[in-house]
Design a protein around this ligand. Sequence first.
Ligand SMILES: [Zn+2]
Length: 260
Amino acid sequence: MEEKPKERANLIITCMDRRLNEALEARVQTEMSNTGIQTIVLRNAGGDVSNLKDSIREAFSHYDINEARVAAHNDCGAMKDIANRKQGKAEKDQERDMTAMKYVAKNPEDLCKENLAVQQKTLTELVASLSPSTKVIADSLDVLHMPQANGERKAAIILDSTERLHTNYSELASVLHTDTNNVYVIQYMGMDNLLSDISFVPKVLGVKDITIFSTEKTRTKATELFEAINRQAFAPEINLKMMELVQQPATQQRRIKLKG
Ligand SMILES: [Zn+2]
């Protein structure tokens, strides 16, 4: 029996920052229309590769990854938080305190530059063990000229299957009745523990409206996550919802079905 060849895909690991949404969506669509290659996007606080290792392994197990890219950016909230931790100005958080120890720089600007190098190194080592032929690329995005939030900021946690990944952030935002530029996006496969990244949303960003988007495949994980978030100390302060993304086979377009 011959093994079915894996579909080719690109991988981007980047930050949850809402200002990246439009640029990412455009990049994924351009890549798809120019080359026919889809892009898997994984996002957390600061684009931290080490917190997304299981999701990255999962992507490599299902796809022939052509290029794996880390995209850091300037004015990063996660790096400001690390600067605050180094100066003893942030609320204690074991995981984020451990993350802060990986960095040498003290001010947010230098930390953003250091972050790109830290993530590139971690991803290069991981990719070498998974698929030596995959190219690793490091990118720094300038978000200072990107649109500012306009209205209430919200957060989306996308727990995606490896079938067809959701990067239609403008559609996601419209389901949340807001603009694309208002939505922080945490996006992963569901195996990694991102509770620390998720707690960053209400505790550091002050965003209280959080929606978990799942697919049929990630429904169980989404329910487990919903319950885990509800056990956190910050749970009474937030408005947590769940929604399921459904695929329309005729158009191959993802549509969002409201649940409950
Ligand atoms: Zn950031």
